[in-house]
Structure formats: C-alpha cells, structure tokens
Design a protein. Structure first.
Length: 226
C-alpha cells in the first residue's frame, strides 16, 4: 500500500504543538507561583506589622487568594485541553492511515488527475445534455465534454488529455458540471470527485487528506472504497 502519514512541511506537528503548549503552561505556572510567593511574603509582612488596634481587612487578601486559585485552575485546564486536542488529532491521523491506497470520493470543486485519469460523479433527474469543463490553475479551459446523462447516478472519467490531445501533468484541476437546456441555458449540477488517497497530513492542527495534488479536510470525504 502506497502513501504516507505526515505533518506538512512548514507547519507545526502534533508533537511540536504539544511541546509548545506544555512549555507555555509551565511558564505561566512558574510565573503564577513566583507572584503567589511574593504575595504571601507581602501578606506575612503586613500581618506581622499590622496595627493591633486596626487589624487588616481579611476579606481583601482572602479574595486575592481565591483569584490566584482560579487562575491556577484555568492554566491547568487550558494545558489539559491542549493535550487532549493533540491526542485526538494524533488518533485521527492514525485511524485515517487505513484509507491510504483506497478510492476516496469527496466534495470538491477540483478533481485530482492521478496516473492520467480522474473521475467525476453526478446525478440528474432525467436523461439530459450535460457539459463538463476542465480548467487549469489560471482558469483556462483545457478540455470540455458534452454528453447525455442517464436519470440518476452518472460517472465521467477524464483521460488527462487537453483539447489538442496533449497529456496533462498529474495534479489538481478545477471542474464544472452543468446541464444544458433547450435554449442553451446552463444549470450547475452538484458533483463529487473520486481519487486515490495518497497521504494524511497534520496541517497546523487540522488533519487533511491528500489525493495526489489535491489536499482537503476530512469533512469533505463522502465515502471510502474497500
């Protein structure tokens, strides 16, 4: 089975994010501990030197003690939550590794040309003319096709060639699917694209799926083949 489970280049991995979060929490706790120590020292000095005839108002320093406690709890909570998020992401990456090498259908405005082939899936309520356009990253149409759909589910496969018969490089291409009315008016048709999962990436805390040159979040996955 080909493919990889990676952290994308130039982004923070789960391990690094966890380390940074832990260091941040430790610094915050150290600072809080130092401030609390200073507060206790000041409090003891005030208690030792207070005027017996006019004792200190205990409500004030009791309130400050409560505030220190609340801040400490919040720091610990944030630290634990960060660790939980990182563990969840790591688990998702591990579980998603089982998708590598399998056919995956996704919601995307782009298709992925892999080994000279790309597949589009769409539905129409009746048999009708459908126009499909394939576009480069610059927005230039490089291939088009007009076909008559069947009522229900339809699949169209691009052979990776442009209108002149030249073989295009593998990668992501924008696609449009429209029904064509008798007067020439067009109506966009929702579609999905199918490709092979090649990698799982932890991209700045978001787990993404890579299908050749197309990278997208797991929320766009519709189905995974066997």
């Amino acid at each position: 089975m080909s493919g990889s489970v990676t952290s994308s280049t130039g982004t923070t991995s789960s391990a690094t994010s966890s380390s940074v979060a832990a260091q941040t929490s430790n610094v915050a706790l150290d600072s809080l501990s130092s401030n609390f120590s200073d507060f206790l020292t000041l409090l003891m000095t005030q208690l030792q030197n207070q005027d017996p005839s006019s004792p200190m108002d205990t409500n004030q320093f009791t309130s400050e003690l409560v505030q220190f406690s609340q801040v400490e709890q919040q720091i610990n909570t944030n630290s634990n939550l960060t660790q939980l998020i990182q563990l969840t992401q790591a688990s998702q990456v591990e579980q998603s590794a089982g998708m590598l090498g399998k056919a995956v259908t996704v919601n995307s405005s782009q298709l992925t040309l892999q080994n000279g082939s790309a597949t589009i899936n769409f539905n129409t309520t009746a048999a009708e003319p459908v126009a499909i356009g394939i576009y480069s990253a610059a927005g230039t149409e490089i291939q088009s096709a007009t076909l008559t759909s069947s009522a229900g589910a339809n699949t169209w496969t691009w052979d990776g060639k442009d209108a002149s018969g030249n073989t295009m490089s593998d990668g992501a291409y924008t696609v449009s699917v429209n029904t064509v009315g008798t007067s020439g008016t067009t109506t966009a048709v929702p579609f999905t694209v199918t490709g092979t999962a090649t990698a799982v990436q932890n991209n700045s805390g978001t787990v993404d799926l890579q299908m050749g040159g197309l990278t997208l979040p797991f929320s766009d996955v519709v189905s995974v083949g066997s």
